[in-house]
Design a protein around this ligand. Structure first.
Ligand code: GDP
Ligand code: MG
Length: 220
């Protein structure tokens, strides 16, 4: 398993300590729904049509600015472990947000969403935020999962919903930005109610690498 320092995707930004918050985000879902492509599109603005299966857990880092705060996103990709529909619990540790992805041209990937959601609920922090994403919306001719079904499932699971295309760069940035916003909303809510899982280091993930002061307000 790769660590922060030997990331295959390692880039200069990952060692930049200049940020207000750090959020760990995971992209999860069946194999070949487009998770790696989605991450590359967002972090590098690139798309590779050839199938390159993901070997080893790895992540990319991207810094975003929301409401005067510099937020470093550590976005983790799976290791091809998703083929077995389970991934190591260590992967979930400290995650504050999830992009749960299916492929709108693949019914099986949509049917698996419930299982993935159960995994998130089982292994992750209670306050982790999840967005459901139907990827490959550029392939309208091969669509088998209607937007309506996607939306209904998202409502049922209590997640927000986007359809997106890593290929045509549709709703990729928007998905990440919305996820950052819901994490920030949750954080300020938790700070308001002085939830120890967020304000202290009791069970929740660290807000930053740099040990945030316990009552610092998120201005997001
Ligand atoms: P992963 O296994 O979930 O990481 O999926 P990949 O990112 O490796 O993508 C699997 C295949 O789907 C590759 O051939 C990609 O080029 C293709 N793909 C990924 N995203 C899109 C998309 O938005 N539209 C289309 N048409 N193909 C995509
Ligand atoms: Mg992959």
């Amino acid at each position: 398993m790769a660590s922060a320092t030997d990331s295959r995707y390692g880039q200069k930004e990952s060692s930049d300590q200049n940020f207000d918050y750090m959020f760990k985000i995971l992209i999860i879902g069946n194999s070949s729904v487009g998770k790696t492509s989605f991450l590359f599109r967002y972090a590098d603005d690139s798309f590779t049509p050839a199938f390159v299966s993901t070997v080893g857990i790895d992540f990319k880092v991207k810094t975003v600015y929301r409401h005067d705060k510099r937020i470093k996103l550590q976005i983790w990709d799976t290791a091809g472990q998703e083929r077995y529909r389970t991934i190591t619990t260590a992967y979930y540790r400290g995650a504050m947000g999830f992009i749960l992805m299916y492929d709108i041209t693949n019914e099986e990937s949509f049917n698996a969403v419930q299982d993935w959601s159960t995994q998130i609920k089982t292994y992750s922090w209670d306050n982790a935020q999840v967005l459901l994403v139907g990827n490959k919306c550029d392939m309208e001719d091969e669509r088998v999962v209607s937007s309506e079904r996607g939306r209904q499932l998202a409502d049922h699971l209590g997640f927000e919903f986007f359809e997106a295309s890593a290929k045509d760069n549709i709703n990729v940035k928007q998905t990440f930005e919305r996820l950052v916003d819901v994490i920030c909303e949750k954080m300020s809510e938790s700070l308001d109610t002085a939830d120890p899982a967020v304000t202290g280091a009791k069970q929740g993930p660290q807000l930053t690498d740099q040990q945030a002061p316990p009552h610092q307000d998120c201005a997001c």
